[in-house]
Design a protein around this ligand. Structure first.
Ligand code: UD1
Length: 420
């Protein structure tokens, strides 16, 4: 197993090219099940979750080859309709294959994901939405078994705005007979990008980018080539890294519009930011101001950024509060930050951060992807050496994380370890 060894106290300065969005690719890849044929998905991030999705699609008979950041997919011969526990337990986004399989092939057997590191994370909305379209669902030995001779368009309201459920039901609705109206649909850029790909494939979707999606079902779709949007969470992570070290960074291959709320918060925290087409420049000359943050649905601050913001606030002189309204238990990074000397208390779904204390290097453990990133960020401002264990979590969602950080002046090394 690998760990990161980080020497704190360096200012970050330089340019980073942002990778394609992990959550974007994880939605686009299963869409290939909707239309047999070959796809080229460019700007695909070369990281563990994409490999896991590739392996899952392989197990269904779909050929996937990732060459650098070019993903070639051939879904001509789907030979299995089962997403085994082995894959789904590694990555919840595996559940995305359910909608396309039942819509295109009339059958699917997909393992239920179970809990995750920060709470139960149900899939009831995926199931209710597909049932509304006429899929017959049953639960057998931990698997959702779905059948349908032909899905039928219908109205479905998501009680909670859900990225995954919107993606799943949207994909299914494209091949349903008749019209579907989805309300309170997720508007996250990765879902908008999925909808755009589906339209390229021949789907009829109105209201893209809004919470109301109207889909007129079509008989068949065709394969396409598609570029994955930039990763807004990776971008936010590097902006925060530069801000907390009092550094200067230029991000390229980024969509600043997707980061409007994050940029506004960073400016409140005292960063100077310029945006220009597909670039973001950030400079921070002082300690950050203590700024509260509430993670919510798009276009609000993403829950996937709250852990990193908590680390930023450790550098602020004053008290701030970070609240997560999406995943109310997502604070596994806090006890590890405390091991680095942070003064943070979790109260209900908020972290109360008393910033300004000098952190000191320690051995800490990642519990999930963004928690892991938050620990690396905190280690960047800690005195001395920190070791971050279980970095396979970080590898799930950041492409070349340590290489990118090293390129802007961080001291971070990947080292093999016996510690787990
Ligand atoms: C996606 C992202 C994840 C991000 C999250 C929220 C991917 C692969 N992952 O996860 O990185 O943190 O969006 O932006 O894109 N919910 C239900 N029932 C359901 C589904 C969700 O109650 O059937 C609830 C969840 O518990 C949560 C909220 O809805 O409170 C939003 O979750 P959701 O948007 O579905 O997250 P994911 O799609 O799993």
């Amino acid at each position: 197993m690998d760990k990161f060894v980080v020497q704190g106290g360096r200012k970050l300065n330089g340019r980073i090219k942002v990778s394609g969005a992990k959550n974007g690719s994880l939605a686009l890849m299963p869409a290939s099940l909707l239309a047999p044929g070959t796809y080229h998905l460019s700007n695909t991030p070369n990281l563990r979750d994409v490999w896991t999705m590739s392996r899952l699609l392989n197990s269904l008979g779909v050929f996937c080859e990732l060459n650098g950041n070019d993903l070639f997919v051939d879904s001509t011969k789907v030979t299995s309709f089962e997403a085994p526990y082995e894959h789904v337990k590694k990555m919840r986004a595996s559940f995305y294959v359910l909608g396309p399989l039942v819509a295109r092939y009339g059958q699917a057997r997909v393992s239920l994901p179970g809990g995750c590191a920060w709470g139960p994370r149900p899939v009831d909305l995926h199931l209710k939405g597909l049932e509304k379209l006429g899929a017959e669902l049953s639960l057998e030995s931990g698997y959702v078994v779905a059948k349908s001779s032909k899905l039928i368009g219908n109205k479905f309201h998501f009680d909670i705005s859900s990225v995954g459920a919107t993606g799943n039901v949207l994909m299914a609705a494209t091949l349903a007979k008749g019209n579907t109206l989805l309300t309170n649909a997720a508007t996250e850029p990765e879902i908008t990008a999925l909808a755009r790909m589906l339209v390229q494939m021949g789907a009829k979707i109105d209201g893209i980018g809004t919470s109301q999606l109207e889909i007129e079902g079509v008989d068949e779709l065709k394969p396409v080539n598609q570029e994955t949007i930039p990763d807004r969470i990776e971008a936010a992570t590097f902006l925060i890294a530069a801000a907390m070290t009092g550094g200067k960074i230029e991000l390229t291959n980024v969509n600043p519009y997707h980061l409007t709320s994050v940029i506004a918060k960073l400016e409140e925290a005292g960063c100077e930011i310029d945006v220009n087409a597909d670039k973001i420049m950030l400079e921070m000359s002082d300690k950050p101001n203590p700024i509260d943050l509430i993670a919510t649905t798009y276009p609000g601050i993403p829950t996937d950024v709250q852990a990193q913001w908590t680390s930023l606030m450790l550098a602020a002189n004053g008290t701030s509060k970070v609240t997560d309204t999406i995943y109310t238990d997502r604070f596994k990074h806090v006890p590890e930050l405390i091991r680095l000397g942070a003064d943070v208390e979790v109260v209900d779904n908020s972290a109360i951060i008393k910033g300004g204390k000098q952190l000191s290097g320690a051995i800490v453990m990642s519990s999930d992807l963004r928690a892991g990133a938050a620990l690396v960020l905190a280690a960047l401002i800690a005195e001395g050496t920190s070791e971050i264990l279980r970095i396979y979590h970080i590898d799930r969602g950041y492409e070349d994380f340590e290489k990118k950080l090293t390129s802007i002046g961080a001291s971070i090394k990947r080292v093999k370890t016996e510690l787990i």
